[in-house]
Design a protein around this ligand. Structure first.
Ligand SMILES: [Zn+2]
Length: 201
């Protein structure tokens, strides 16, 4: 992972969420950068963009209150009016991009099994920290999910056969299995934020 180097003695930098007003470690918040022209708001993955920044928890509640009456609205005053839904969509797109990056890094480290045969072989070898099944995968996908759960491996549904395939230069991919606990946890983290941002209410 690229990022700022910190030692155990240094406290991670803390920021205030523009929605709920709570302070949190910078890596628990998304940094949004406000600019003078369309699209006016960008998600600052990796915290490298300059410009006026606003941090927010990646939850629907915090994004809404930051956009409707909180820090994001203040930062955008006189510049533009942005709907909470479009900020949510931007953050979801960024989280999805982050998942693809995490999966690619697992692939480079040979910590990822792609496709039914490879996933089955890994599960038979008692390997697996997270099985991801495409939303439109059927039959064999279900069977592998059951096998993974029986081994205590986490499972999630994300993307489509086409979108998963696209990330790895294949036409379709129905199932993949991460065999790296740290990467699996980071992917689950992104997926839970996506789920929170997609919930109604
Ligand atoms: Zn918050």
């Amino acid at each position: 992972m690229l990022g700022e180097m910190t030692t155990a003695r240094e406290k991670p930098s803390r920021r205030m969420c523009a929605g709920c007003g709570q302070r949190a470690a910078a890596d628990e918040l998304e940094r949004l950068v406000v600019g003078p022209s369309a699209p006016f708001v960008a998600v600052d993955l990796g915290r490298r963009l300059g410009g006026r920044g606003v941090s927010v928890h990646p939850t629907r509640r915090c994004v809404r209150s930051a956009t409707v009456r909180g820090g994001l609205r203040r930062a955008l005053r006189g510049v533009a009016q942005i709907e909470p839904e479009s900020v949510e969509r931007m953050i979801v797109a960024q989280l999805e991009q982050r998942i693809v990056g995490l999966l690619s890094s697992a692939w480079r480290r040979r910590r990822l099994a792609l496709g039914g045969e490879a996933v089955r072989a890994a599960l038979q070898a008692n390997l697996g920290d997270l099985l991801i099944r495409a939303e439109d995968s059927r039959g064999r996908g279900e069977e592998l999910v059951r096998a993974a759960r029986a081994l205590g491996c986490a499972t999630a549904t994300w993307g489509t056969k086409a979108s998963l395939g696209d990330a790895f230069g294949r036409s379709e991919l129905g199932v993949l299995l991460l065999t790296d606990r740290g990467i699996a946890r980071a992917v689950l983290d992104c997926l839970s934020h996506i789920e929170t941002l997609s919930e109604d209410g």
